[in-house]
Ligand binder design. Structure first.
Ligand code: 13P
Ligand code: SF4
Length: 315
């Protein structure tokens, strides 16, 4: 994979001006389209984006990511206006955990500490004791007194990985990421045969059989840092394909191979349809027209802030 320096488009230039005029900041996740990443003030993993959202002095936050990320930014900044280019940009993990069913589970285990992965709705966060992301999950689990039992939701794959890493038994919610569950082990082993010097890197939302063959497991930022710091020059990358843009920018001389999905798709890679709902045009329109906006009740924000703050204190 090779990259050439992109030229700013008119829309990108207009967006840059609009941002200045409105004192707005654009926060983008690594899974966003390259042209969106290029106009962002900050690109990061879920934890870094939450931290940036907590720190920003801008009056407006435009979140180029998915709904739960923009919600988290709003919860951290109740007095600021937060926009998401497409309100339908959801997440299969967040969708897998409806509040009513989760509340019922919690009622059955009133003494358990509830740890929720940040990929869940604000309402689920109100039922949590502490939130975590893929980059601090181990630390968060280890911070819970050993005599306490834990409910972990909504990602069962991350949960299984954490049980193995920390040695803690946890009650897991049965949720998964459609993108990270799409990787084919057979195709990956076949690919590895063709590139025997490659290092396999995987996001912990991937299934156990994929994680077992990975040389490195970590968040999107963790994967980027690993590739940058590694002496190796070929990597099979098991996460959403959007990360390849920043990764290739960081290591232009290295070979990056997207992990193949079970289904045959033309680019032989996995893309998150939710993340890809945002486009540069929608991003521009959203800031220009100041819609769609994330709106949450004061009460919901107050309650959801507690477990998010606990996570930030631990990080
Ligand atoms: P991180 O960027 O925190 O690793 O999360 C990946 C992800 O799936 C976001 O939805
Ligand atoms: Fe959710 Fe998976 Fe998309 Fe991340 S990649 S936003 S976890 S569906």
């Amino acid at each position: 994979m090779t990259v050439s320096a992109p030229q700013p488009t008119t829309l990108q230039e207009e967006l840059a001006q609009l941002k200045k005029d409105k004192n707005a900041v654009i926060l983008a996740h690594y899974y966003q389209e390259p042209e969106i990443q290029e106009v962002a003030d900050f690109i990061g993993d879920s934890l870094e984006l939450a931290k940036k959202a907590a720190e920003t002095s801008a009056e407006i936050i435009v979140f180029a990511g998915v709904h739960f990320m923009a919600e988290t930014a709003k919860i951290l900044n109740p007095s600021k206006r937060v926009f998401l280019p497409d309100l339908n940009a959801g997440c299969s993990l967040a969708d897998s955990c409806p509040p009513e069913a989760f509340r019922k589970l919690k009622e059955q285990y009133p003494d358990h500490v509830v740890v929720t992965y940040i990929n869940c709705s604000a309402e689920i966060k109100t039922h949590s004791d502490v939130v975590c992301t893929s980059s601090n999950a181990e630390k968060v689990i280890n911070s819970i007194p050993p005599e306490k039992q834990i409910i972990f939701a909504p990602d069962k794959n991350l949960g299984k990985y954490l049980m193995q890493k920390t040695g803690r038994e946890m009650l897991l919610w049965d949720g998964a990421c459609i993108v990270h569950e799409a990787f084919s082990l057979d195709k990956m082993l076949e690919l590895y045969k063709q590139h025997p010097s490659a290092k396999i890197i995987a996001h912990p939302e991937s299934e156990t059989h994929i994680l077992k063959i990975a040389n490195y497991i970590g968040s999107t930022s963790g994967m980027l840092n690993y590739v940058k710091g590694s002496e190796h020059d070929t990597f099979i990358v098991a996460t959403e394909a959007g990360i390849l843009h920043q990764m290739q920018n960081d290591v232009p001389q290295k070979t990056l191979i997207p992990a193949p999905a079970k289904e045959d798709n033309t680019c032989a890679c996995s893309e998150c349809a939710f993340m890809k709902m945002n486009t540069l045009k929608k991003l521009y329109d959203c800031l220009a027209k100041e819609t769609p906006e994330i709106k949450l009740s004061e009460d919901l924000m107050k309650k959801a802030l507690v477990p998010i703050k606990r996570m930030l204190q631990l990080s």
